[in-house]
Design a protein around this ligand. Sequence first.
Ligand code: BES
Ligand code: MN
Ligand code: MN
Length: 464
Amino acid sequence: MEAVVRAIETRRERSRQILEEFLRIPSISTDPDHRGDVVRAAEFMAETLREAGLPTVEIHDTPRHPVVYAEWRGRPDAPTILVYGHYDVQPIGDPSEWTSPPFEPRIEEGKIWARGATDDKGQLLTHVLAVEAHLAASRSLPVNVKFLIEGEEEIGSENLEAFVRAHREKLACDALVISDTAMYAPGVPSLCTGLRGIAYFELTLRGPTTDLHSGAFGGAVDNPAMAIAHLLSSLKDRATGRVLIEGFYDDVVEPPEEEKSSWANLPAPEERYLQMTGAPVLYGERGRGLLERIWSRPSLDVNGVWGGFTGEGSMTVLPARASAKISMRLVPNQTPADIAAKTRAHLDRHLPETMVLERFLELHEGRPWTSSLDHPAVQAAFRAIERGFGRTPVPTREGGSIPIVSMLTEALGIPAVMMGLGQHDEGAHGPNEHFDLGSFHAGILSSAHYLHEMQGALTGRGSG
Ligand code: BES
Ligand code: MN
Ligand code: MN
């Protein structure tokens, strides 16, 4: 491994330049105006994989954004690792909140600042650069490696499931590796053993068939904006923070005692969450600790609510419609389909007779995922991160969702290893996104060590 580590050290400057170049491409997957940039990011990824020395690199078109696939299969008897990541990014939001232009990467305080830096371009590149270092040092890899890189993660990975089902053989592997989550705290390397699932809905209530004069009709008919406020408040109890959808908690299982007690040993998170969020106090399900609430309890949030007149000044209107977007984060063994049915039943039951549920859309769904700590592929990751960061990682979970993780692990029958390198206050999805360059470097080292650690880790388990 010394030669590989040396190759990583000597390439440090070049690695950072590749990341900068990648970050200059505004690959905003949700925005049709950026379609050309999304394609450019896929091409950049393919070119970077080729330069890293992967002999097979392919760009597959899908109904929306391309999937990049690459492989090195020079060791028929060794295990095969599948690296997943996404080259698409979120929109920038309000440009005036950025202290420098989001697609002109800047280095300051040992961090690189740009949209996509931590989610997920910086984290994804670590694995490509680790493979490159191995190939540069020995023209070989300790294990077989495949890359599956998509451009639709931030919009729900709509076309990836079909791609995976159509290319099962191609994607056959022994373990999935992903860096697209956060560390517990700066300087605390982590291995994530669980992701929450997601169920995301949009609904529209209609009262009258058109907007009305609120003087001529106020008092005559019900108001959809008021009605949706009541309907939304029926979803959750203020005092206990518990979701009131009938049967919502029926399938929730508690995490293993061993994991819960290891969370209790982590540095207390309350102060950091107050500081990261700026909220006056923390709030959530009564009787549950903060980490437990984010990592192993389901949650429900209103993502947006609108209707009626919201412009400057006033307009005396009694609106015809009001809408809301709501999302729930799910934990084992809740399923998005069951939660969708229960949510729909709750809305139907609580809908006042004065309103019509004009629209109910299911926008995203993803099953939760958890892994055991003692799978050899996970144990190998503990050792690799320890070498890369010089400190033993702590097991964590993540409140966020990556729907393809449960999809891939179930479809391919493999374990997943989540080597999160980000931080929760690095501005993912918000303004001034950044990624710590120390974590970038330690991540490249960890990934390189992981390939090495996996060489003999699955002996007797077969390979793909
Ligand atoms: N990298 C994130 C997942 C994540 C979220 C990791 C929070 C760590 C903390 C991923 O890119 C993401 O944003 N996922 C979406 C999925 C949704 C669009 C279906 C999410 O969690 O909202
Ligand atoms: Mn991500
Ligand atoms: Mn994201």
